[in-house]
Ligand binder design. Structure first.
Ligand SMILES: Cc1cc2nc3c(=O)[nH]c(=O)nc-3n(C[C@H](O)[C@H](O)[C@H](O)COP(=O)(O)O)c2cc1C
Length: 407
């Protein structure tokens, strides 16, 4: 294994997640104490200067987001942690919640103090009962010792809908409604949960905050690539020797992830493609393996870091077959609110199925391309906009897989 750099997972495996004293012994809650002695504006500026960008997929500057909620006058504000983690192949948030729950609670409480919110929610996917138990126990312990002061945190469980990871659908679900995305703007920091200013951040984003305050913004900003500094927890799956997780600086290359951390392709086979960012991620060919995983670098090669899932495929894999499985996932998960996604995901699956069953014709390929582009432009939320990306990128980089089925 190559060297990891653990910031978010610094306590993972070293402390007992059920014991608050373990977290306190490694300096836990010291950053919250220090934050409460800072002026709120300066605290937010410190987070902004660190250039911590959201680890949930969109990569927005965390301090800038907090500043919008801070500046908005309201009688009530909320802090919401997005722990929906519905992206197949991703389990980084579970590691944090199950291994070091107090680092998340501390990050949320710091945010609460910064923006002037006294109420927090953790929206955790229902499939994570162990994480929910650990979080509830950690909250009770922190509250009992008065560490959170007037900030209270509740855990809410999702019911398995992928779209509820989208921040406004998540808010709808928290309000007890059907999980469907809202029109943006207004964005949640201005009008979110029950119409109040709300910060929604990912688990990994919040868990970075205590370390940033402990070591300073400049320390963090100098780790990895300057445009997306810090580390990223990567969960590696597919045809690699080491199917595991690790936390690496954001200037690590895809090649290093697959060959150094992942031990290379298993059974002595050749690399074919890698999908980064989860099910909606782009498929990347060998020519781009030397790109670093920093957010903007991946965007420049037509990909997205997303949740940090890395799915590796060897030379024997049929990418049309994989694109069909992915299309099935999206047609099942489309919430149906907008017609380009409701209809488009089903058409995408039908067309891919047809080609996969050797019934396609040459004209299906430009049709697929057009359908994918229209969906990217016209779907209401990120689910439908990203759903065609696996098809579009496999078609672009691996046309031979499609042509072989069309004949
Ligand atoms: C379909 C869809 C699913 C999403 N799922 C998640 C998720 O499971 N976890 C998450 O943190 N963000 C998810 N996001 C991104 C959130 O909308 C939002 O950008 C994020 O929670 C903001 O937190 P961050 O700034 O800390 O990344 C999803 C977005 C879309 C469009």
């Amino acid at each position: 294994m190559a060297e990891e750099m653990r910031i978010v997972l610094r306590n993972y495996g070293k402390i007992d997640p059920f014991k608050l004293d373990d977290y306190l012994a490694v300096g836990g809650y010291d950053s919250l104490k220090a934050a409460r002695e800072m002026d709120r504006f300066e605290l937010i500026e410190e987070v902004r200067a660190a250039n911590l960008r959201g680890r949930g997929g969109a990569g927005f500057n965390c301090g800038a987001k907090w500043s919008f909620a801070y500046q908005t006058e309201a009688d009530q504000k909320y802090v919401v942690c997005n722990a929906d983690e519905g992206e197949p192949g991703t389990y980084k948030d579970r590691l944090i919640m199950e291994g070091d729950p107090h680092s998340l609670l501390e990050g949320m409480a710091i945010c609460g103090y910064a923006i002037g919110a006294n109420k927090g929610y953790i929206y955790c996917r229902g499939e994570y009962p162990q994480a929910v138990n650990i979080l509830k126990q950690a909250i009770a312990q922190a509250e009992e010792q008065g560490l959170l002061e007037d900030f209270s945190i509740e855990v809410r469980q999702g019911a398995g809908a992928y779209v509820c990871g989208e921040e406004t659908a998540l808010i709808e679900s928290l309000e007890g409604k059907r999980g469907e995305p809202r029109i943006k703007p207004p964005y949640p920091p201005i009008s979110g949960l029950w119409g109040k200013p709300t910060i929604v951040n990912n688990v990994e984003t919040f868990a970075n905050i205590p370390a940033i305050l402990e070591n300073g913004a400049a320390w963090f900003a100098n780790i990895g690539t300057p445009f997306y500094p810090g580390t990223k927890i990567v969960t590696l799956t597919g045809d690699v020797v080491n199917k595991t997780f690790f936390e690496v600086p954001t200037d690590t290359t895809i090649r290093e992830i697959i060959y150094d951390f992942g031990g290379g392709i298993k059974d002595g086979k050749e690399f074919k493609a890698v999908q980064i960012g989860g099910t909606s991620g782009a498929f990347i060919p060998a020519a781009n393996l030397d790109s670093i995983i920093g957010f903007d670098h991946l965007v420049s090669i037509g990909a997205c870091l997303g949740s940090g899932a890395v799915f590796v495929l060897d030379e024997t894999r049929d990418l049309v077959d994989i694109a069909v499985q992915i299309a099935k996932f999206f047609s099942h998960e489309s919430c149906g609110k907008c017609s380009p996604c409701r209809e488009g995901t089903v058409r995408l699956q039908d067309l891919l199925d047809k080609i996969n069953n050797n019934q396609g014709v040459a004209a299906d390929l430009p049709l697929l391309n057009k359908l994918g582009k229209v969906m990217s432009y016209s779907c209401f939320c990120g689910l439908g906009q990203a759903a065609p990306i696996p098809m579009l990128t496999t078609l672009e980089h691996f046309p031979a897989d499609y042509m072989a089925k069309i004949g």
